[in-house]
Design a protein. Structure first.
Length: 299
């Protein structure tokens, strides 16, 4: 087990909202594992069951349907990250943008914002997190469920704090709300390192040379928080590997040479969208920076 970082604030809780099974490991696996060792209570909310996923790795599902199998994979991933509690928000995977599945009546994409936000606000009131993390307004790469997860989280955080809201539980004000992200400069550096090593890059061949052309992430100066998760890469890899139907052994996430692994995955980046920064430095190094006096915002 890696050495524990300094302890988090007393009774602290981190809640991460993700659209599908496997997103928790990809986006926040490092901070979830790190927080667990820090003594922080960790909670994951999964908005959909991943119904529109495919058995990308072609594994033997043992006679199970893919959704049931993905639930088992998620349980194993959460165990690898030592997540304290998990909630399903209860919607159906919408599929990629433009597909007919977007219009399924039970899809997350079609869910009413107020209804979905009320469901998440009830969870927030139950779990009482100091810190909440979700996708950004672009949904990381434009997937309808990732976009919806952002808007639902923003609305739910406000709703949970509103004493007049018709939501079960006592009002709770989240101290800090983040979105997970990647700085474009870092993405370009990772792409270049892969190309130089003769390895496939998620961005294709060597034609990507300018930060301005990186299709994902945010300008580096917008990143407010960088968390070092190098000591928790084994836990993150175990969680990724647990999602075997979606992330095969030859995937980018699990097949990166050791010499490049830390460069690519040892830091998780975030933007603080709501709440007070915990430092006057250029960037925070912890999601709980500045929250060292116990639960914040109790009403």
């Amino acid at each position: 087990m890696p050495p524990a970082p300094p302890p988090g604030p007393p009774s602290a809780t981190l809640l991460c909202v993700h659209p599908h099974p496997d997103d928790e490991a990809i986006a926040c696996g490092g901070v979830l594992a790190r927080a667990a060792d820090q003594g922080v209570r960790t909670v994951v909310v999964t908005c959909t069951g991943g119904e529109e996923g495919d058995n990308l790795a072609g594994i033997d599902l043992g006679g199970e349907d893919l959704v049931t199998h993905r639930r088992r994979e998620l349980a194993a991933a959460l165990a690898a990250l030592r997540v304290s509690a998990h909630h399903w928000l209860g919607y159906r995977d919408s599929g990629m943008a433009g597909l007919e599945s977007n219009d399924h009546p039970e899809s997350f994409h079609r869910a009413g914002l107020s209804e979905a936000a009320a469901r998440l606000a009830a969870i927030i009131r139950t779990e009482r997190p100091e810190v909440v993390v979700s996708d950004d307004e672009r949904g990381t790469y434009g997937h309808p469920d990732h976009v919806k997860a952002h808007h639902v989280t923003v609305a739910a955080v406000d709703l949970a704090a509103d004493p007049e809201a018709e939501v079960p539980g006592d009002p709770w004000r989240v101290a800090k709300r983040y979105v997970h992200t990647l700085g474009r400069g870092r993405l370009l550096a990772v792409h270049s390192a892969l190309v130089e090593a003769g390895l496939p890059s998620p961005f294709g061949d060597a034609g990507l040379t300018r930060v301005e052309d990186v299709p994902l992430g945010v300008p580096d100066e917008q990143v407010t928080t960088e968390v070092d998760v190098a000591d928790w890469l084994d836990a993150k890899r175990a969680a990724l590997a647990a999602h075997a139907s979606q992330i095969g052994p030859d995937s980018f996430f699990l097949n990166t040479p050791e010499v490049l692994t830390e460069r690519m995955f040892a830091t998780e980046q975030f933007v603080l969208e709501d709440g007070r920064p915990g430092t006057t430095a250029a960037r925070e190094d912890d999601l709980f920076a500045g929250l060292d006096h116990g639960p914040a915002g109790r009403q």
